[in-house]
Design a protein around this ligand. Structure first.
Ligand code: HAM
Length: 426
């Protein structure tokens, strides 16, 4: 028998066991995109290579190191798309979609980057993209960001945090570029090979370095906000106001520069600490110069893309954490009167011990079966309320994971016990 054929490294089969999570992400996104007036577009997975070198930028990692580029049978250089924004703009130009028109578009599908595979980073991965082309005002920036926030809510995700920055106009950025070159050139002996390489080509990318030795140097580097032009500043302030108006919280991150060259003004990333090294689940920004750069008229535009694999992994990680979050205490109640009073007692205890995970038995039955459920829940303590406890105005506290005797305690005593177990297991 011949050896089975191996898959290409970094390219995954997406098996039926994860189909429902994938479907949940895709259908929630589609519903939200359509509700905000975005229409689906489908574009080819392969484009002429120059589309990407002209848009993403000759000096970026993607173009220099990560593209799947080859000659087709006619000898033309073609590339498997590493992202979708350039293709969407190309499609708009090829089909006359931007003539005196604004477009709100979304698309979905596989992207290809020859990166070093690890958890959350693949060579074939899937993105959901939204792009708004022809809109200059800050409302569209805020709208697009709100769409992503609504998607996290819909998926029940808690952890992505929004980071925001403004890169200003290309002119403002070139002043900043010079300032950075000047600043980092004075410390060439500290810079690693990659940063030295970036110093001439793209010094902003040094700010993205993951090398901890460069941390202090990067922290003290000049900040882009000091070089922003007035229009970009006003635009960025309004984006922030609009987000605050609808309670979308964010952190300003002056070091957020993004790895693609086409950005201007607003850029953002939703990041999480639950996926190891791959922290960005969704990223994007304005690209006001791109349509003109690819041969169209001057047209403002903005968009974002999320990595479906990362969102799916985050959903799984958060679900796991929810499952692992065992209660600190479980309240069991014997008799009608105890059930009635227990409800209020549980609320009282929750209010007095913020963050405590106190589960109240809602299934009923004998005390014995309630205590069995308490044990199964993984709780540290069982709190018992029966006739004796009711008449003494106390609760019995039974340790389920330690060998200590059961005791009757006043509410104050129970509060101290809960504070203790909450402190032991955050
Ligand atoms: P990007 O930051 O290169 O931006 O990628 C967007 C998202 O795709 C990332 O936040 C991440 O979740 C996911 N992603 C990127 N690379 C990988 C990988 N190797 N494996 C798994 N997931 C990955 C763009 O692509 C821009 N086109 C976004 C945009 C749209 N800007 C404006 N419009």
């Amino acid at each position: 028998m011949s050896n089975p054929i191996q898959p290409v490294r970094g390219m995954n089969d997406i098996l039926p066991d994860v189909r429902s999570v994938w479907a949940a992400v895709e259908s929630a996104a589609e519903e939200i995109f359509e509700a905000y007036g975005y229409q689906r577009i489908r574009i080819p997975v392969m484009e002429r290579t120059e589309l990407f070198s002209r848009s993403i930028g000759e000096t970026t990692d993607i173009v220099q190191k990560e593209m799947y580029t080859f000659e087709d049978r006619n000898g033309s250089s073609v590339t498997l798309r590493p992202e979708a924004t350039a293709g969407i703009v190309r499609a708009g130009l090829s089909n006359g979609l931007f003539h005196n028109q604004q477009q709100k578009l979304w698309c979905s599908g596989p992207m290809f980057r020859h990166e070093r595979p690890q958890k959350g980073r693949y060579r074939q991965f899937h993105q959901l993209n939204v792009e708004a082309i022809g809109f200059a005002g800050p409302e569209i920036d805020a709208e697009l960001i709100v769409i992503s926030a609504r998607l996290w809510e819909r998926l029940g995700l808690e952890s992505p945090n929004l980071e925001l920055n403004s890169l200003g106009t290309p002119e403002a950025r070139s002043g900043y570029r010079e300032a950075l070159q000047h600043y980092f050139s004075a410390s060439k002996d500290v810079l690693d090979a990659e940063s030295l390489n970036r110093l001439e080509r793209n010094p902003l990318r040094i700010l993205d370095s993951k090398n901890p030795d460069l941390g202090p140097l990067i922290t003290s580097a000049p900040e882009l906000s000091d070089y922003l032009d007035d229009d970009s500043k006003t635009h960025f302030e309004r984006v922030q106001q609009l987000l605050s108006d609808v309670n979308v919280s964010y952190r300003l991150n002056p070091r957020l520069v993004r790895g693609l060259d086409y950005y201007s003004r607003t850029v953002f990333e939703w990041v999480t600490d639950r996926l190891g090294a791959q922290s960005a689940v969704c990223s994007g920004g304005r690209y006001d110069g791109l349509v003109a750069q690819l041969g169209g008229r001057n047209t403002p535009a903005i968009g974002w893309a999320l990595g479906i694999e990362r969102v799916v992994e985050l959903i799984e990680a958060e679900r796991l954490q929810i499952l692992e979050r065992q209660p600190h205490a479980y309240l069991a109640m014997a008799g009608e009167q105890a059930r009635r009073q227990g409800f209020g007692i549980a609320e009282n205890l929750r209010a007095r011990v913020p963050g405590v995970r106190l589960f109240m038995d809602c299934a009923g039955g004998s005390l014995k079966s309630q205590l069995r459920r308490a044990d199964h829940s993984g709780a540290h303590l069982a709190l018992i309320l029966g006739e004796d406890e009711l008449s003494a105005d106390q609760l019995s506290v039974k340790a389920l994971r330690e060998d200590t005797p059961q005791s009757m305690q006043s509410l104050d005593g129970v509060v101290s016990e809960l504070l203790r177990v909450r402190g032991e297991s955050p």
